[in-house]
Every structure is written in structure tokens, then in C-alpha cells.
Write a protein that binds this ligand. Structure first.
Ligand SMILES: [Zn+2]
Length: 266
């Protein structure tokens, strides 16, 4: 059974780009809450952050102010919580975190990202020996340049960035990579939904996201001991985001897409 990692503080306001709003995760939880067990994460430790970033980078994020710092360490902690959960349970996990992370490099940040949530989580599991080999698939519309930089030259982690694919072959590109993927211990997914038909990319339907989830879930069961976790990256149309994430989660756990109607909220 899929689990969702979420903290109320992901709905906090902090200084960032105008489109990176609390409404994004509110929409997601409006669709997922009640369907899945929710696990509340803790902030990442400095030790965790320093495996992916330089001390100077941490200082720079601290200078952005308390609100940004607290949000950023809690998002990194959410990704780490998701990675640990799936490592133990071998069930898929979705981390509905803000801020996103895939543009954050070792010593730089931008694009609404402060810490590289995916890199912090996988480097912790690689460090303590929970996993020896990992794969990251990034299907956000934008290049996961921070993740690419951090894992550059690290043979323990295979990285596929789908953003370079032509719109028409986006899904085929993921399928091809997954076919060729060797056995790994865990699959991390940088799940950005800004390629959605009604988002900036104007390309993928909810049914496409369901299909992508299904491909990744099947591959994880076949090649990664069922260990797969997804961490929210982009997706900026709150009205559509929750439905797209729900469709993706249904696919990830190998279930049909039966209903993408948002649940009634009190
Ligand atoms: Zn993006």
C-alpha cells in the first residue's frame, strides 16, 4: 500500500517565486488524504544536508531567513523519510513536499529549490549502507541540473533526466530507460508535474501520469525490490496538480485509474 509523506508546515508561506504556493500541496492532499496513510517527517539534520551540499551553501540558505530555512530542511527531511520508508517496507511512497529540490546543486540554488531533497535522501541511504546502488528518474519539465551535478561521477547512482526528450517521446523515453535499467536497490523519482496539459508544458494528461506511475512501479517491483519513492518537484496549476498526482500514485501502486475527482474537503 502506498504511503504519503506530508507535514502541515509544507503549507507554510515563505519568500519564493510567486507560482510556488501552498495551494500546490493543498491540492495534492485534497486528493490523497483519506486514500492513503500519511506519515509525518522530521527535518533533515545538518549532517544529512552536508552530504549533498557545501557548508557555505547551508550558510547561504540560512541567510534567506528562518521561514525559508525551516521549510527547506523539512522538505529534505520529507524526502529522506520517504526513502527510508520504502527501503524498509518495499512499498511505494509519495512525498508531497515544498520547496522542490532538483535545481539545487552542491553550492548553488535557484528555481524555487534550496536543498536537493532527492540527493540528500539517497546520499543518506548510500552512506549508512541501506542501499548500494540507486537510480533517479526526473520527469519534471525542467532539467534536474542540481541532481545531475551532485551525482556527476558517482557510479552508485544512475540518473535519467527526461526533460531533454521531445514532447512526443516523453513516455517512450522513460520506458526505454526502465527497460535498460540494471538491478538497483532503490528508485527515486523527481516527480514534477509541469508537463501537464494544463500546466506550462501543455503535454501530458492525467492518464499519461498514471501510465508513467505504472511503468515505474512495475520496474521497481522487478528491478529494485519494490523500493520506489517519489518526491514532488514542479507543477504550478494547483487545480490540476492534485488530480495528476493522484493518477500517478494509482499507477505507482499498480492500480487502475478509477476516479480523479477531488474529494470533498470540510
Ligand atoms: Zn519544473
Amino acid at each position: 500500500m502506498l504511503k504519503v509523506v506530508f507535514h502541515e508546515a509544507y503549507m507554510a508561506r515563505y519568500p519564493t517565486g510567486a507560482v510556488e504556493t501552498p495551494a500546490r500541496v493543498r491540492s495534492i492532499m485534497g486528493n490523497l488524504q483519506g486514500c492513503y496513510e500519511v506519515v509525518v517527517p522530521r527535518p533533515a539534520s545538518k549532517e544529512d544536508l552536508l552530504r549533498a551540499h557545501t557548508p557555505d551553501h547551508l550558510t547561504q540558505v540560512q541567510l534567506e531567513g528562518k521561514a525559508v530555512w525551516e521549510a527547506a530542511v523539512l522538505a529534505a527531511g520529507g524526502a529522506l523519510c520517504a526513502a527510508r520508508l520504502t527501503a524498509q517496507s518495499r512499498q511505494p511512497v509519495f512525498a508531497a513536499v515544498r520547496p522542490p529540490g532538483h535545481h539545487a546543486g552542491r553550492n548553488r540554488y535557484g528555481g524555487f529549490c534550496f536543498f536537493n531533497n532527492m540527493a540528500v535522501s539517497l546520499l543518506a541511504l548510500l552512506h549508512d549502507g541501506t542501499v548500494k546502488r540507486a537510480a533517479v528518474i526526473d520527469f519534471d519539465m525542467h532539467r534536474g541540473d542540481g541532481t545531475a551535478e551532485i551525482f556527476n561521477g558517482d557510479s552508485r547512482c544512475l540518473f535519467l533526466d527526461v526533460s531533454s526528450a521531445e514532447k512526443e517521446c516523453f513516455v517512450q523515453n522513460i520506458a526505454g530507460f526502465l527497460d535498460a535499467l540494471p538491478l538497483v536497490d532503490i528508485i527515486g523519482i523527481s516527480a514534477g508535474f509541469d508537463m501537464h496539459l494544463k500546466d506550462w508544458g501543455g503535454c501530458l494528461s492525467n492518464s499519461d501520469y498514471h501510465h508513467i506511475g505504472r511503468l515505474l512501479g512495475e520496474t521497481a517491483r522487478r528491478k529494485a525490490f519494490g523500493r520506489v519513492f517519489a518526491v514532488l518537484e514542479g507543477g504550478y496549476m494547483p487545480h490540476e496538480l492534485g488530480k495528476a498526482v493522484y493518477a500517478f500514485c494509482r499507477g505507482l501502486e499498480g492500480k487502475e485509474l478509477i476516479d480523479v475527482t477531488p474529494m470533498t474537503r470540510p
